[in-house]
Design a protein around this ligand. Sequence first.
Ligand code: KG4
Ligand code: ZN
Length: 339
Amino acid sequence: MRLLAIESSCDETAAAIVENGRTVLSSVINSQVEEHRQYGGVVPEIASRRHTENIIAVTQKALDDAGMTLGEVDGIAVTYAPGLIGAVLVGVNFAKGLALSTGKPLVPVHHIRGHIAANYIAHPDLKPPFLCLVVSGGHSHLIEVLDYTKFRIIGRTRDDAAGEAFDKAARAMGFPYPGGVFLDKASHNGNPAAYKLPRPRVEGSPYDFSFSGLKTAVVNLLHNASQKGETVNTDDLAASFQNAVVEILTDRTVKAAQEFGYETVVIAGGVSANSGLRSRMEKECQKHGWKLYQPPLSLCGDNAAMIGAQGFYEFEAGHLAGMDLNGIASLPIDVNYGE
Ligand code: KG4
Ligand code: ZN
């Protein structure tokens, strides 16, 4: 089965053709990051407009690159939640138009489920059940992936998502948006023990995360230094911050794997590109004799191939939408379409 997949939930307009959830025949991503950078973050109204302008050309290129016509695809998969609502709606309405005009099935896909499914593309042997740490710009979750469309949330962030914390701390340190990747690069030249930063815990919820206190500690440290006329070594601060976030994420994941008896651990989402997180997770999983799956860097960020991968399993489970499909800004991962 070959699905045409559409993704427009944030600032990437993307389309892909994916066969049987595992093989990518084409994947096109049009990123707006350069335009949003001048504002220090994604401007929702601009994102929606650019999606509207680009979605036809991006989709046509995905079809051309796969050597296919619209008539040859077996269904249309689209991100319907969660995301910036105006941006999500561009993809949803475009996909509905394609489904209506071709008579093909319309498959609604949860964006975070897509991030997890990026791993199915990269790792043909990966099958549920497994434990997954999903860390992106908008989400930080520890999830039991019980089956392809069955999820149980074990832990979540109480405030900022991991990517959001990276971006806010990076901004305070003077890196351009989105700062996560710049902070990651700088951390390679720094000493992770140079600055003492907190490791916030959520009382009574051992698998939940809280990053806002950590971000505030960085902002305060920079502020105090500037008031005293002291210089801060940005590489050291970046390394110390990254070390703290990675320690928090890995600590919760290892505890959850032990408690719930998982020997297969998966990471997903934009922050799974972080070099510190990847190497620390590798080390921990090796130590415990667990198998670790991580997406290749090309599939960590937003793309439509991952939506096509998850779309296949949603289709198999019979999760299809009609012309009443609507975009949803916020939706837990464990809710199936129509439930
Ligand atoms: O999954 P994603 O592309 O979009 C959402 O669904 O949110 O994640 C984007 C997030 C941004 O916050 C970005 O700074 C972060 O992932 N990110 C990183 C790295 N690469 C991307 N954070 C830390 N280190 C990285 N290397
Ligand atoms: Zn994403």
